[in-house]
Design a protein around this ligand. Structure first.
Ligand code: ADP
Ligand code: MG
Length: 255
C-alpha cells in the first residue's frame, strides 16, 4: 500500500475538436514530492492540471488521488461516475492556484480565506478565522486581513489565493503558472511562499516558467511538448543532461 503514489495520472488523453492536446500523459507524484511541469506554450500543461482536478474530463485515461479514481467510484468491479456534489467533495482534496488569482473581489482578504471552510467545509466561523489568520501570517499578509483584493499588489493577491487554497487542507496543491501574471519584482515573494510549502512537505504539481524554482525546489521535472511528456527526471537530469533534442532546444530558449 505504501507504494501507492499520492497522485497518479495514467495515460490521459484529451482533444478539443480536432486538436489533440494531451496524448497518453502519465505521471506519478509521491506524497511530499514537488513536481514541476515545464514546456512551451500550448503544450498542454494547463489542460493536464485541469484534467487532474476534472475541470476538464479526459477523453481516456484516469487520474487517481491516493488510489481513488477522480470522478468515479468503485462499486464491486465497476466504475461509476460521481455526481457533481460527490465530485466537489473529491475535488476539495486538491487546491488549485491560477495565474490570475481568482479571488472574490467583493470580499475582504480574510473572508476569501474563511469562506470555503465555513460554507463548503462546515467549519465553525471562529475556528475558520483563527485558521485564516494563521495562514495569512504564513504568507506574510496578516496585516492585510481586512483589505479588499483590489488594494493589494498581484503578488499579495496570489499569496492570499494560496492561503485560501490551503484553508481547505488539501492533500495536493496544483499551481498553474502562479507567477506569470506578476511584475518581476513581485515574483520572489510568491516563490518563497511556495518554497516554504515545499519544505513543509506539501505535495505540489507546479506548472512554471521559473526555471530557477524548478531546478532548486522540485524533486522531479516533467518536460511536455505537443501534448506528450517528452522526458522527465530529476532537475539534475533535465537541466544538466537532457536526453532529447526538444528538451535541449526548449531549455536553450528559456534559460
Ligand atoms: P499550455 O498550458 O501548455 O500553454 P494549454 O493546455 O492551455 O497549454 O493548451 C493546449 C492547447 O489546447 C492549445 O492549443 C489551446 O488552444 C487548446 N485548448 C485549451 N483549452 C481549450 C478549450 N477549452 N477549448 C479548446 N481548445 C483548448
Ligand atoms: Mg497554460
Amino acid at each position: 500500500m505504501t507504494d501507492i503514489p499520492l497522485l497518479r495520472v495514467e495515460r490521459v488523453s484529451k482533444a478539443f475538436g480536432g486538436n489533440q492536446v494531451l496524448r497518453e500523459v502519465s505521471l506519478d507524484v509521491r506524497a511530499g514530492q514537488v513536481q514541476c511541469v515545464i514546456g512551451p506554450s500550448g503544450s498542454g500543461k494547463s489542460t493536464l492540471l485541469r484534467c487532474v482536478n476534472r475541470l476538464e474530463v479526459p477523453d481516456s485515461g484516469h487520474v487517481y488521488l491516493e488510489g481513488e479514481p477522480i470522478g468515479y467510484r468503485w462499486k464491486g468491479e465497476s466504475l461509476y461516475e460521481l455526481t457533481p456534489s460527490q465530485l466537489a467533495v473529491q475535488r476539495r482534496r486538491m487546491g488549485m492556484v491560477f495565474q490570475n488569482f481568482h479571488l472574490f473581489p467583493h470580499r475582504r482578504v480574510i473572508e476569501n480565506v474563511t469562506e470555503g471552510p465555513v460554507v463548503v467545509g462546515g467549519m465553525d466561523r471562529a475556528a475558520a478565522r483563527e485558521q485564516a489568520m494563521a495562514l495569512l501570517s504564513k504568507v506574510g499578509l496578516a496585516e492585510k486581513a481586512d483589505a479588499f483584493p483590489e488594494s493589494l499588489s498581484g503578488g499579495q493577491q496570489q499569496r492570499v489565493a494560496i492561503a485560501r487554497s490551503l484553508a481547505m487542507r488539501p492533500a495536493l496543491m496544483l499551481f498553474d503558472e502562479p507567477t506569470s501574471a506578476l511584475d518581476p519584482e513581485l515574483v520572489g515573494d510568491v516563490l518563497d511562499v511556495m518554497k516554504d510549502l515545499a519544505n513543509e512537505g506539501m505535495t505540489m504539481v507546479v506548472v512554471t516558467h521559473e526555471m530557477g524554482f524548478a531546478r532548486d525546489v522540485s524533486d522531479h521535472v516533467v518536460f511536455m511538448d505537443g501534448g506528450c511528456v517528452v522526458e522527465s527526471g530529476t532537475p539534475e537530469q533535465i537541466f544538466g543532461a537532457p536526453e532529447h533534442e526538444r528538451t535541449r532546444s526548449f531549455l536553450s530558449r528559456v534559460i
